[in-house]
Design a binder for this molecule. Structure first.
Ligand code: COA
Length: 382
């Protein structure tokens, strides 16, 4: 096993902390410096200057696109926004109270039935599948929200980019340029993060040469947990529970005294500010100003201040994305599916990388159980 050079000292095998379990050029996290790069480009440069579609190209192709290459990818993505009618019909049968992230997991798995080349793992066919999945994730998530509200899904608009199209399909109206750009950058910031739990899951499944739908279905399952992508919804629930800025300090101190975790803080790799949080803090502020309600941003800043002084912990990507999405009027239980709308680009990039140089991922467990026990017949056991 190799250990990553930029991993904090004291890493243990528990949770595979610090273990490099794959080689990849897609992204790298330097936990000490608080640095994140995609294919060599710093996340701060991409957040300021790039678009989500350009980042998708970068993750899949190891380089930024030329203008014609970007245009071609954008056209291919927009051509795939729609879902098979059978999938919409299936979604209408799900229970109204089903969690949108579970709907997404189930629908991705079902989409495999309607892709005749799903089992073709060549680079060419796999890129086509990656385009489909990246295009259709927003449509699935928006449709699941409309259907549970008893509304018809809004047809995707191929004139809009992925970010604007999602907000359009969710609300039925074209978003403001400001909201669309904030959301576009949120997608850039969540696109990839090295070998996090869901990406590792995707690679493990792809490593068996199962198809991309199987790998992505597993990844969505891993993302749904509260210690991973589920944290952003939990953050907003905590803020709503705290309710006011005056309650922040007593609430956080009590939670820490009771050894409860405050969602959106701490990170398995970053031991300093998560560079994604730097942008999201600003977006939370801007989204609050745009909506004329800065309460949630101010409360978030106070939570940040108290946790920093009490525990020395920094906010991660989930903390300020919660109040940003809340101010954009997005329902709480869509925050984790939104994470997936972005992360599908990284998952598929890693799956393409895995297929290109595959080796079955099969680690060993350190056995700590008993050995050589005599088998006692069932009727003689105490
Ligand atoms: C992300 C996370 C799982 C990383 O875990 P980790 O690197 O294994 O860190 P640990 O859980 O071992 O925590 C180390 C210490 O910090 C504390 N800590 C870590 N995150 C904390 C949090 N969010 N709130 C309060 N205390 C926290 C732990 O209790 C532990 O304290 P101790 O040494 O006194 O026991 C963890 O920080 C966490 O659960 N955060 C909340 C969930 C979250 O926001 N997830 C999204 C990640 S992007």
């Amino acid at each position: 096993m190799t250990t990553k050079a930029n991993t904090p000292a004291g890493s243990s095998a528990a949770g595979l902390r610090g273990v490099a379990a794959a080689t990849s050029s897609i992204s790298d996290v330097n936990g000490e410096k608080g640095e994140l790069i995609y294919q060599g480009y710093n996340i701060h440069d991409l957040a300021k200057q790039s678009t989500f579609e350009e980042v998708v190209f970068l993750l899949w192709n190891k380089q930024l696109p030329t203008a014609p290459e970007l245009q071609e990818l954008e056209q291919s993505l927009r051509a795939e926004y729609g879902l098979p009618s059978e999938i919409i019909a299936l979604m209408k049968q799900f229970p109204r109270e089903a969690d949108p992230i579970d709907i997404l997991r189930t629908v991705v798995s079902a989409c495999e039935f309607y892709d005749s080349t799903a089992r073709d793992l060549s680079r060419e066919a796999s890129v086509r599948t990656a385009i489909k999945l990246t295009s259709q994730f927003p449509t699935i998530v928006a449709a699941s929200d409309r259907i549970r509200k008893g509304l018809e899904p809004v047809k995707p608009d191929p004139n809009l980019n992925i970010a604007a199209n999602f907000l359009y399909m969710l609300k039925g109206e074209i978003p403001s340029e400001r909201d669309a750009r904030i959301f576009d950058v949120c997608l850039i910031l969540h696109a990839d993060h090295e070998l996090n739990a869901s990406t590792f899951t995707a690679r493990v499944v792809a490593g068996t040469l199962a198809d991309m739908y199987a790998a992505v279905t597993g990844a969505v399952g891993a993302l749904s947990g509260p210690l991973h992508g589920g944290a952003n919804t939990a953050v907003m629930k905590t803020l709503l529970e705290i309710g006011s800025i005056e309650n922040v300090e007593p609430f956080v101190k009590r939670a820490l005294a009771e050894k409860r975790k405050i969602m959106g803080f701490g990170h398995a790799v970053y031991k300093t500010e998560d560079p994604r949080a730097t942008h999201l803090r600003e977006f939370s502020k801007q989204a609050g100003e745009l909506a004329g309600d800065s309460k949630w941003y101010e409360m978030s800043r106070k939570v940040e201040e108290v946790i920093k002084s009490e525990k020395g912990l920094y906010p991660n990507v989930d903390f300020f994305s919660a109040s940003t999405y809340y101010m954009m009027g997005i329902p709480l239980d869509l925050y984790t599916p939104i994470f997936a709308i972005s992360r599908i680009s990284g998952w598929t990039g890693h799956i393409l990388e895995q297929y290109a140089d595959n080796k079955l991922i099969r680690p060993r467990a350190e056995y700590i159980g008993a050995r050589d026990l005599p088998y006692v017949p069932r009727d003689q056991r105490a």
